[in-house]
Ligand binder design. Structure first.
Ligand SMILES: Cc1cc2nc3c(=O)[nH]c(=O)nc-3n(C[C@H](O)[C@H](O)[C@H](O)COP(=O)(O)OP(=O)(O)OC[C@H]3O[C@@H](n4cnc5c(N)ncnc54)[C@H](O)[C@@H]3O)c2cc1C
Length: 448
């Protein structure tokens, strides 16, 4: 690859991909490593989890996105560590990549307050696999309730729990309530899906706590309009299959989704520098780590303050801006120019709640309801990668808006997988539902 500077980028999310784009066809040799072959547009993951969109509509192969960049090789692999002195990156198969510059952009996941064992019963939403698993659990809950009602005449109302009132929790709770009250209602005969309870538990005194107070309050009432029960100051302190503990109370539920807490990628600790409690690395103003001017940490893995003293938030615009700024600084080094320090430009924030329901803080304006929703819609289409995806997603949304249908209502997996899933979701007793034969309708044996 000649004598050009070698840049290794770990992660093809918003930070890594934007760094790669800014280095495309420049005088550097770039290797981008990701453990997935695709870049995910995470802001729309909840729509895969709630059957509005299919995975391929919000994820694109990284190799495809960067196909035009002759100087960039994309490698599928899990990074397991670094040797900062020897300037190498270690992959899971023991192979090593050498670098002159390293950009670490491996993102973050939800944290379970030291109880990672809760994850099997209360999955978080971060990857396409997570979204498909949540979709499976939500759809399965309706199917099993219908089956119980039809075979045994038992009709208990469904109970969905979402833990965490940040943007992901709010989006999920709103979308599940919408499915139950609209998309499912006309297709199920033995149960009334509109009676399903959707409860959102938030440990603090308001949802969407990073927004202005009046917008948080509006978000709460917009959620309630959709039928979501919002419980504030309600900290979930334990999770078991089929139930969560809030205060002293155990609450039974059919599906739990976890949408709180942040844990930066554990590979950050391998760099051997100081991190905050969430594992985010304290970076210098040019996003490098202390003592290593050639190693940058960006996106959700980086901990850095804005000029106002507020931390740079863990959102996609911040990761994209960091990626571009880092690439520019590497090119500045190569050209013998001075580096710039990173300055986050806050263009506003928004959160969607459901059909025609959203809040937004943009250009100093506070918007609620339909107008905020339109802003959210067009901005997400604008940033979604690929013309085909934009076109299809817009068409899906238009169809869903007109008909209230969900086009991706697929439960994937065979009977054994479903049995395992049920054991984690609701306990071993629940899995027995799959083997039951109707006492009322002997001929109605349902094959598993
Ligand atoms: C459900 C959800 C909804 C969101 N909604 C919004 C929103 O509406 N607006 C907004 O601005 N932000 C939103 N965010 C936040 C935003 O997506 C993140 O801030 C952004 O993705 C951070 O970019 P990143 O590059 O740091 O990490 P990511 O985009 O997470 O990318 C990390 C990449 O690193 C790869 N990786 C991880 N570990 C390894 C390893 N060991 N080896 C190799 N590769 C690895 C991953 O596969 C991934 O491709 C949302 C996040 C989630 C999870």
């Amino acid at each position: 690859m000649g004598n050009k500077a070698r840049v290794v980028i770990v992660g093809g999310g918003f930070g890594g991909l934007w760094a790669a784009k800014a280095l495309a066809n420049k005088a550097v040799d770039v290797t981008l490593v990701d453990r997935k072959n695709h870049h995910v547009f995470q802001p729309l993951l909840y729509q895969v989890a709630t059957a509005v969109l299919s995975p391929g509509e919000i994820a694109t192969p990284i190799r495809r996105i960067l196909h035009y960049a002759k100087n960039i090789e994309v490698i599928l692999g899990e990074v397991t560590g670094f040797d900062t002195d020897r300037k190498t990156v270690r992959l899971d198969n023991g192979a090593e990549l050498t670098f002159d510059y390293l950009i670490v952009a491996a993102g973050a996941r939800h944290a379970y307050f030291g109880h990672d064992e809760w994850e099997v019963s209360a999955p978080g939403l971060k990857t396409i696999e997570d979204a498909v698993e949540i979709r499976r659990r939500v759809l399965l809950a309706f199917e099993l309730a219908e089956r119980q009602a039809y075979l045994r005449g038992k009709t208990e109302d469904l109970n969905f729990v979402v833990v965490g009132g940040g943007p992901t929790g709010v989006e999920l709770a709103g979308a599940i309530a919408d499915i139950a009250r609209q998309a499912m209602a006309k297709d199920f005969k033995a149960i009334d899906t509109r009676k399903a309870r959707v409860t959102l538990f938030e440990g603090s005194d308001r949802v969407l706590g990073t927004f202005a107070k009046e917008l948080s309050e509006s978000a709460k009432s917009q959620l309630e309009d959709l039928g979501v029960e919002v419980r504030l100051d309600s900290f979930v302190s334990d999770v078991k299959p089929g139930k969560v503990k809030v205060g002293d109370e155990w609450i039974d539920c059919d599906v739990v989704v976890w949408a709180t807490g942040v844990a930066a990628s554990p590979i950050g600790r391998q760099l051997g520098v100081e991190t905050d409690k969430a594992g985010r690395i304290f970076v210098q103003p040019d996003l490098t780590i202390p003592g290593h001017a050639n190693i940058f940490v960006i996106g959700d893995m980086a901990s850095i303050k804005q000029e106002s003293g507020e931390p740079v938030p863990g959102v996609s615009p911040a990761a994209m801006q960091m990626g571009t700024a880092t690439a520019k600084n590497i090119l500045a080094d190569i050209d013998g120019r001075e580096r710039n320090i990173f300055r986050y430009v806050d263009k506003g924030t928004m959160a969607t709640i459901g059909r025609s329901k959203a809040i937004a803080q943009v250009f100093g304006l506070k918007l609620k309801g339909w107008i905020a929703w339109m802003f959210w819609l067009f901005l997400h289409i604008f940033f979604l990668i690929g013309f085909r995806n934009r076109f299809i997603v817009l068409a899906e949304w238009f169809w869903a808006y007109l008909t209230r249908e969900r086009s991706a209502r697929l439960i994937t997996g065979d009977a054994d997988e479903l049995r395992n899933a049920l054991t984690f979701i609701s306990g071993p007793e629940a899995a027995k539902v799959l083997d039951e034969v109707s006492p009322k309708k002997a001929n109605a044996r349902v094959s598993t």
